[in-house]
Design a protein around this ligand. Structure first.
Ligand code: SF4
Ligand code: SF4
Length: 403
């Protein structure tokens, strides 16, 4: 983190009552309490921007740069009217990828066909009870909270805190006469899926999995242990036959999403065309408001659950497909939410850089370690990157590696 970091989470000392609720709940021990007067301060270097303090503060003394509740409620209301939705789905960013998957989750839970809109937050634990009541007041018949499974919360305590909050809210809603299904909790976490017909039994996935989530018994095919799999994607990266893939982030899903757009963006003549691969936890603003970025620039952002599962083929292929520059945004080592197997991503990055160098494309590719804790940091780096790419001539690019 640099000196110019604008903290994304702040305590307003004038509003703070020194109750220390935030201090006792912060899962990362990022809040300090001064013994003389009880004054609380956030150590932004330790903060993981989970928002648990924000949703818990009874004095509304904590400010967050992302997901301001008034904005969230405003957006939800606008979408509700547009889509004529009766159900609001609130998902943690760690468990849902696209519209089809939300529909699948809803139908698995007997809610198929309900008119819904969905919003995503970094952690379920940052949704306060207030938000639930306000949303029901807007006219939604039900709120569905899709939380990561117990033990799989990337913010350690988010799922546990939100589960307790929602159980309490449910009891209050019942007393107020709301229907039993006005608040539904679903636990869901992303897992690797093994595709038996593609598997040749090489066992590479078994050896790479840092979470011991693959069972390989003699003379039988490997099996994903869903109670251990965290969906990091390390197995997907090494499988030569794409026989094991993380749902929602399959090789072809990622490939199709940028290849389809590459030719369109190239044709738009709004050079340069930029592709950003980003770890889900390293950046929020571009991932959650991609339209903002797309409107202003000729760029797309593609998120991945963890850098260790991102195939370097995509980065090279993105440049071959017509993107003028590719940026990879990853978490600094200390912030990685899937710490095990961190060495895999480091090795992978080394290999990627050497290949890119060999192709003569090094100046068109940058890796940035970022965290949402510094507001505007991604925007600054992104703009600098675009500026740099703009100065590289297209004919210079055509000469590179025969692209
Ligand atoms: S946002 Fe999360 S990590 Fe940061 S201070 Fe608040 S509770 Fe702690
Ligand atoms: S996704 Fe990660 S944790 Fe799950 S089986 Fe593959 S390597 Fe193991």
């Amino acid at each position: 983190m640099n000196d110019s970091c604008i903290a994304a989470v702040k305590i307003d000392q004038d509003l703070c009552s020194r109750c220390a609720v935030c201090y006792s709940l912060c899962p990362f021990e990022a809040i300090e309490r001064r013994s003389e007067d009880g004054r609380l301060r956030i150590d932004i270097q330790k903060c993981q921007v989970c928002g648990i303090c924000y949703s818990s503060c009874p004095s509304a003394a904590i400010d967050m740069a992302y997901y301001d509740y008034d904005d969230l409620i405003g957006n939800v209301q606008e979408l509700r009217v547009q889509e004529k939705a009766d159900t609001l789905v609130v998902m943690c960013r760690g468990n849902t990828a696209n519209k089809d998957e939300v529909k699948e989750i809803l139908s698995q839970n007997g809610l198929e066909g309900c008119g819904h809109i969905s919003i995503r937050v970094p952690c379920a634990g940052r949704i306060p009870t207030d938000f639930i009541f306000k949303s029901l007041n807007l006219g939604f018949q039900r709120i569905v909270s899709v939380q990561c499974q117990d033990g799989f919360c990337r913010m350690k305590e988010g799922t546990g805190i939100e589960t307790r909050r929602l159980m309490l809210s449910k009891a209050v809603l019942k007393q107020l006469g709301f229907a039993e299904d006005s608040l539904i909790m679903i636990k869901h976490s992303r897992k690797a899926v093994w595709i038996s017909k593609e598997c040749v039994g090489c066992g590479k996935c078994y050896f790479i999995c840092p979470y011991e989530a693959i069972l390989a018994e003699p003379f039988s095919s490997p099996r994903v242990l869903t109670d251990k799999c965290v969906g990091c994607g390390a197995c997907q990266l090494v499988c030569p036959h794409h026989a094991i893939q993380v749902k929602g982030f399959e090789f072809d899903t990622i490939l199709n999403s940028y290849q389809r757009l590459a030719s369109k963006m190239k044709a738009s003549n709004k050079a340069p065309a930029i592709m950003v691969f980003s770890c889900q936890w390293s950046e929020y603003s571009a991932l959650d408001d991609p339209l903002k970025l797309l409107k202003e620039h000729n760029a797309i952002v593609l998120e991945v659950p963890c850098f260790k599962g991102l195939d370097p083929v995509h980065m090279i292929n993105a440049l071959r497909s017509g993107f003028d520059g590719v940026m990879a945004v990853i978490c600094p080592a200390k912030d990685c939410k899937l710490q095990k197997g961190r060495d895999t991503s480091e090795r992978q990055l080394e290999v990627l850089l050497s290949i890119i160098e060999r192709y003569g494309l090094r100046d068109r590719f940058e890796v940035h370690e970022l965290s949402p804790r510094c507001e505007g940091e991604f925007d600054r780096r992104f703009r600098d990157f675009i500026q740099k790419i703009s100065t590289l001539s297209r004919c210079g690019r055509d000469a590179q590696g025969g692209m």
